[in-house]
Design a protein around this ligand. Structure first.
Ligand SMILES: [Mg+2]
Length: 412
């Protein structure tokens, strides 16, 4: 693709699908391209590409949403989920980001992080991110602090893309038009028939990879996994997730049993803190069965240690935990350095754009609980087609707008 050059101070760029070409008069010697979605052209405040865009305000809210049925995995049970939502305003635009966390996360953003980033340049996300990380040094990086930073960081990326009039995937640099999802649910709190119906429903809808939970009643797992395979047929891929419920030798035995049902992905067979145990499983699991972990990674050294231990075939990371889009980009670089695939853990609407912009990204977890919440809360939440999520390039940023009235019912 070659750039077109108009006379003198106008800079033109080729037109991506769904986006109109805009000519921007530049006041600097160094031209930079900018796109604006057609539906926002009239409202566009002409941005200055050479000066800072100070962050004006941060709004945060939390919502607690009951599950549609009690949910459980190998090591936890829950009947509600809390979404912490952040809006960051600058230059007449508002970016949205979120994390699935505790209400304490919202409190930390409102009381501490908001002050850190107010007045900072919305175009310099790394600087704002670094300032947040420095501020929470004495509070502890993993957990609440990292989830708070993640939500703010996602809002900053959404905001920057909107200020530039670009879909986030275009700002990041698109490498694929769409990304596969895998249906994720099959909770251990479900009856066998309930689990079969959910998994088969996804396969029937074209989502040919599905994941079920195991580990809370290990003596039932062989039977449940066989029942799952029966329900989805022989062509679909079957993943299992033990959430660290098994011991090492137990997990090895289960891997052999699951392999009889053609399980190709064994997630957290042992605790993610047992890197030697994960490595043992990785080395000794039946051929064709990948070991996956990484969802509790809150900072880059966590992922580095996991990769250095040779613990996984597929590294998982969650942008709502690992430092937002910024942290997710960093994890993708670690994967690229090792030649390993990256799988996005849950929050499909947040992972769609980075998932289509990062070469190591293999798939996105289409997690039942979050899918339900994101469809309820966001205008612009994409549904998969033929098992793939494809970003809507006519919408700037993450392409998500809060459905305020629908969300308010769940205000925490
Ligand atoms: Mg998991």
């Amino acid at each position: 693709m070659g750039s077109l050059w108009a006379p003198h101070s106008y800079f033109c760029v080729p037109k991506p699908r769904g986006i109109e070409l805009v000519k921007i008069q530049l006041d600097s010697a160094q031209p930079r391209p900018i796109f604006m979605p057609s539906n926002q052209l009239s409202a566009m405040r002409k941005p200055s590409l050479t000066s800072a865009v100070p962050i004006e305000r941060i709004d945060v809210a939390s919502y607690t949403i009951p599950t549609d049925f009690p949910e459980a995995d190998g090591t936890l049970e829950w009947d509600k989920t809390t979404l912490v939502l952040v809006h960051v305003t600058a230059g007449g635009m508002r970016g949205v980001g979120y994390t699935y966390a505790d209400t304490a996360t919202a409190r930390l953003i409102a009381d501490t992080l908001a002050k850190v980033i107010t007045g900072k340049d919305a175009m310099s996300i790394s600087a704002a991110w670094g300032a947040m990380v420095r501020r929470i040094r004495n509070l502890g990086r993993p957990g609440i602090c990292s989830m708070a930073i993640s939500a703010v960081d996602a809002a900053l990326w959404d905001l920057k893309a909107k200020l530039l009039g670009l879909p986030l995937v275009t700002l990041l640099g698109q490498v694929r038009e769409s990304i596969p999802v895998y249906g994720s649910g099959g909770f251990t709190s479900y009856s066998i028939s309930q689990m079969q119906k959910q998994l088969a429903g996804w396969v029937g809808a074209g989502i040919v990879r599905v994941k079920m939970k195991v580990g809370s009643q290990p003596w039932e797992d062989a039977n449940r996994v066989r029942a799952a395979r029966q329900a989805i047929g022989s062509a679909a891929e079957l993943f299992v997730d033990a959430n660290g419920a098994y011991g090492r030798k137990q997990a090895l035995a289960m891997a052999e049993i699951f392999s009889e049902s053609d399980v190709t992905w064994f997630e957290e067979p042992v605790s993610s803190d047992d890197l030697e145990g994960l490595r043992l499983l990785r080395d000794r699991a039946p051929a064709g069965m990948e070991i996956a972990a990484g969802e509790y990674g809150y900072d880059l050294p966590y992922f580095r240690r996991m990769l250095e231990a040779g613990a996984v075939d597929v590294l998982q990371a969650d942008a709502t935990r690992c430092g937002g889009i910024t942290g997710f980009l960093q994890v993708a670089a670690l994967c690229a350095a090792r030649g390993l695939p990256l799988s996005a853990h849950t929050a499909p609407s947040l992972h769609l754009h980075p998932g289509c912009a990062l070469a190591p990204a293999r798939n996105i977890e289409y997690f039942h609980d979050h899918v339900r919440i994101e469809q309820m809360f966001f205008e612009g939440a994409i549904a998969p087609k033929d098992g793939q999520l494809r970003p809507d390039l006519s919408r700037p940023g993450l392409g998500l707008d809060l459905k305020v009235a629908d969300a308010e019912r769940f205000a925490a």
